[in-house]
Design a protein around this ligand. Structure first.
Ligand SMILES: C[S@@+](CC[C@H](N)C(=O)[O-])C[C@H]1O[C@@H](n2cnc3c(N)ncnc32)[C@H](O)[C@@H]1O
Ligand code: SF4
Ligand code: SF4
Ligand code: SF4
Length: 311
């Protein structure tokens, strides 16, 4: 649960979730701080609410108690963006200014804002509630998103203060940012989780919206600039995008022999799909089934053959 103000403050960051007790995103038990905004639009993204930089309205039709019982949102919206839709409502996203008034008044939480403005201290005071777990497990705080490098100045201040409070720090990044920002942020992290989604730049652009050259260049610079920082390269394996042996071997050849680098495959899942509906977005991979365990196992074996223990 985020405790936050929604006021605009230049020094604040826009955060859409703080997830406690995670064991997947860095060493030990961790709190994941999700920063809003991403320069990519991966078709499979499990966090569609992360992509837009500013807070945005979500609507869950199942939670609406019906306009015959309640009309708070219809009467409060200053933009005329909410209309009746049989006994429920419909949002005209072209008119909506994401002002938050309807979400604040909705008694059933059918309307909800993704994203709050939070200060460094507000975030870290929440994160520190679990410090007993971090010290026992070797865990800490992970910055995720969206793309944490898009809010580089806020991320830097957050990480600096976390270091001052002796909290272990990790970042998960798609690597797409100006090098100066990558360097600025990564000097304050203990571990880096770096996605390499495909070595094929055309395919990368088709499925994520951007080519991969900048990402690959940043990865090589990171390894040279911070040779003592452990980096885990991760690839989400997406059927029809990068699920062939050639796709994975191309990535393995790119990272092979770099001492601080490990590698991990992530099986495609569809856990984020309902959020596309709440945001009025189309989920383009609705026909694609989650990765079969045996197919993923074949690719994991391939990784082991190439990298030995370093995977
Ligand atoms: C949501 S991203 C945030 C960090 C950063 N934007 C990135 O892409 O690395 C965190 C991780 O989730 C993975 N991911 C996102 N959607 C996924 C999906 N549908 N299935 C499996 N992994 C997914 C990404 O590849 C990345 O490793
Ligand atoms: S967020 Fe504001 S503008 Fe958008 S639908 Fe709600 S009240 Fe209307
Ligand atoms: S305020 Fe909430 S519960 Fe009431 S009509 Fe609007 S969406 Fe439905
Ligand atoms: S880079 Fe990460 S957050 Fe951005 S769209 Fe892709 S998976 Fe989602």
């Amino acid at each position: 649960m985020i405790e936050a103000t929604n006021g605009i403050n230049k020094k604040n960051g826009i955060i859409f979730n703080i997830q406690r007790y995670s064991v997947h995103d860095g060493p030990g038990i961790r709190s994941i701080v999700f920063l809003k905004g991403c320069p990519l639009t991966c078709q499979w993204c499990a966090n569609p609410e992360s992509q837009h930089r500013q807070p945005e309205l979500a609507y869950n039709d199942y939670k609406c108690i019906g306009t015959s019982e309640c009309q708070y949102c219809l009467t409060i919206c200053p933009a005329g963006a909410i209309q009746k839709n049989q006994d429920k409502i419909r949002i005209d996203r072209k008119l909506c200014t994401n002002c938050d008034l309807c979400a604040d008044s909705c008694p059933s939480k059918a309307l909800n804002m993704y994203g709050k403005s939070m200060s460094v201290n507000e975030v870290l005071d929440t994160v520190e509630q679990d410090s007993i777990f971090y010290s026992r497990s070797g865990g800490g705080m992970t910055l995720s998103g969206g793309e944490p490098l898009l809010q580089a100045d806020f991320a830097t201040e957050l990480l600096k203060e976390a270091k001052r409070r002796r909290i272990n720090t990790t970042i998960e990044t798609c690597g797409y940012a100006d090098w100066e920002k990558v360097e600025q942020v990564c000097q304050y992290v203990d571990n880096i989780l770096f996605d390499i989604k495909s070595m094929n730049s055309n395919k990368h652009k088709e499925f994520t919206g951007v080519p991969n050259e900048k990402i690959l260049d940043n990865f090589q610079r990171l390894c040279n600039r911070f040779p003592n920082t452990p980096i885990t390269v991760r690839t989400p394996v997406i059927p029809g995008f990068n699920d062939t042996e050639q796709d994975i071997v191309a990535i393995l050849n790119f990272i092979k022999g770099i001492p601080q680098v490990r590698y991990e495959l992530l099986g495609y899942h569809r856990l984020g799909e309902p959020k596309y509906i709440y945001l009025g977005k189309d989920y383009l991979l609705s026909g694609v089934k989650p990765m079969a365990e045996d197919r993923l196992a074949v690719l994991k074996k391939l990784v082991q053959e190439h990298l030995g223990d370093k995977h």
